[in-house]
Design a protein around this ligand. Structure first.
Ligand code: BGC
Ligand code: ZN
Length: 367
C-alpha cells in the first residue's frame, strides 16, 4: 500500500513509499481496528517536519510516514472491539503513551517524560497511507452528520484542550466569568478556538495580519466574532477600544506574538500558548515591566499541546453544536483538497508556499 514519507533531518525530502497493508491481528488482545483512510490533513507541523525543523523517524527506520489529521472508515475490527464497527467513520488520536503516570491514565497529552510518541510526527508512523491499524483505545468515532468536516476533528481536539485547560486552571479563582477573549492568529486553530469560545458565550476578537475581507475574516464574522487586522489596529489600540481580555489564546506560530500578547492580558487572566515554533528566532521583551505587571495582576501563562480522547470527544460535540449555531461556516476552512495520494508533491508545494492556503488535505479514497 502507498504511503507518503519524509527523511527527518533532510529538508524537502517528501516521497511516496510502499508498505505492507496492516491487519487487525497486528494489535494484541483482539483490540485492533483496521481503518481505510479517506482523507488526511496537513498543517504547519507537517511543514516544519518537511523543513527538517521538527519530527523524528521511528526506531529502526530512516523515514517517517506523515499524517496526523486523519479521517477514515472502519474496515475490520478485532473480536474485543466494542465501540466501533465496520462502516463507521472515525478519526484517531495522535499521541501514544510512554510510561509516566499521566500516560498510564489515558492522558498521554500530559506526559511528564521528555520523549513523546506521536503518529506522523515523532517516533511513530502517521496516517498518510491507504490503511492503518491501531488499538481501539485510540480510535474515535465521528458522527456521520459531521463527515463533511472530516480532517478538522484533530485540530479541533487541540483547540478543545487549550480552552478546557484554561477553564480548568481558572478554578484557582473562586469565580471566573470570562467575558472578552482575544484569539491570536486566524489559521485553523485560531478559527476553531474562536468557534469554541463563541459557543461558550464570550465576546471574541480574532486577530490576523491581513485587512478584511479575507476568507478567515468571513469565517470569524460568520461565527459572530470580531475580526481585527493587526495592520489596521494594534493590540494596544484594541485593548483601549474594547477592554483587556480575560483570556488570550495564541495560535500564530510566531513567538514575537505569543510574548507580545503578555502586554494586554487583564487581571487574573490566562494566556494560552499553542504554537509549535520549531525555528530559532530570538526576540527582545521589556522584562521588568511585564514581570511587574504579571505579578501585580495574578496573571497566568499556560502551554497546551496535543489532545487526549476526551478532548476529541468534546471537540466533536462542539463541531456538532457549531453546525447548529453557525450552519455551513466551519466547512469553509477546508479550502484545498488534493485528489489522490500520488499527488503528494502538489500537497507539499501548497503547504510550503509563501502564503499557504487555510487548509490543505489529501483525498486518499472516496467513501
Ligand atoms: C498536532 C498535535 C501535536 C503537536 C506537537 C500538532 O500539529 O496537531 O497533535 O501534539 O503538533 O507535535
Ligand atoms: Zn497538527
Amino acid at each position: 500500500m502507498k504511503a507518503v514519507a519524509v527523511l527527518p533531518g533532510k529538508p524537502n525530502s517528501v516521497f511516496l513509499t510502499d508498505l505492507a497493508k496492516p491487519s487487525v491481528d497486528d494489535v494484541p488482545g483482539g483490540r485492533g481496528v483496521l481503518v481505510k483512510v479517506l482523507k488526511v490533513g496537513v498543517d504547519a507541523t507537517d511543514r516544519e517536519i518537511n523543513e527538517a525543523k521538527y519530527g523524528n523517524a521511528p526506531p529502526g527506520y530512516n523515514f517517517l510516514v506523515l499524517g496526523h489529521e486523519s479521517f477514515g472508515i472502519v474496515e475490520a475490527v478485532g473480536p474485543n472491539v466494542r465501540h466501533v464497527k465496520p462502516g463507521d467513520y472515525v478519526t484517531a488520536t495522535v499521541r501514544r503513551p510512554g510510561s509516566s503516570i499521566y500516560d498510564q491514565i489515558g492522558t498521554c497529552d500530559m506526559t511528564s517524560e521528555e520523549t513523546y510518541y506521536e503518529r506522523g510526527i515523532n517516533l511513530l508512523h502517521g496516517f498518510m497511507t491507504e490503511h492503518y491499524v491501531d488499538d481501539a483505545e485510540y480510535i474515535v468515532r465521528m458522527p456521520v452528520g459531521l463527515k463533511h468536516l472530516h480532517v478538522l476533528a484533530e485540530p479541533m481536539s487541540c483547540a478543545a484542550k487549550a480552552v478546557q485547560q484554561a477553564y480548568e486552571v481558572q478554578r484557582r479563582l473562586k469565580v471566573w466569568r470570562p467575558r472578552i477573549a482575544y484569539v491570536m492568529g486566524a489559521g485553523q486553530i485560531g478559527l476553531l478556538t474562536t468557534l469554541i469560545l463563541r459557543l461558550r458565550g464570550l465576546e471574541v476578537y480574532t486577530l490576523a495580519r491581513s485587512p478584511a475581507p479575507t476568507l478567515s475574516s468571513e469565517i470569524i464574522e460568520g461565527l459572530g466574532a470580531h475580526y481585527v487586522s493587526t495592520r489596521e489596529r494594534s493590540l494596544v489600540q484594541l485593548r483601549g477600544d474594547v477592554g483587556k481580555p480575560d483570556l488570550i489564546v495564541d495560535a500564530t506560530g510566531a513567538s514575537s506574538v505569543s510574548f507580545g500578547a503578555m502586554e494586554v492580558l487583564g487581571h487574573n487572566g490566562v494566556l494560552v500558548w499553542t504554537s509549535i515554533t520549531g525555528g530559532k528566532n530570538h526576540i527582545t521583551i521589556e522584562g521588568d515591566r511585564i514581570n511587574l505587571d504579571w505579578v501585580l495582576g495574578n496573571k497566568l501563562l499556560l502551554g497546551s499541546v496535543n489532545a487526549n480522547r476526551e478532548h476529541f470527544e468534546s471537540g466533536i460535540r462542539d463541531l456538532a453544536l457549531g453546525e447548529m449555531m453557525y450552519p455551513g461556516v466551519v466547512q469553509k476552512i477546508l479550502t484545498n483538497p488534493i485528489r489522490g495520494i500520488e499527488n503528494y508533491q502538489a500537497m507539499m508545494d501548497l503547504l510550503m508556499s509563501d502564503r499557504p492556503p487555510l487548509k490543505v488535505y489529501v483525498e486518499i479514497a472516496d467513501g
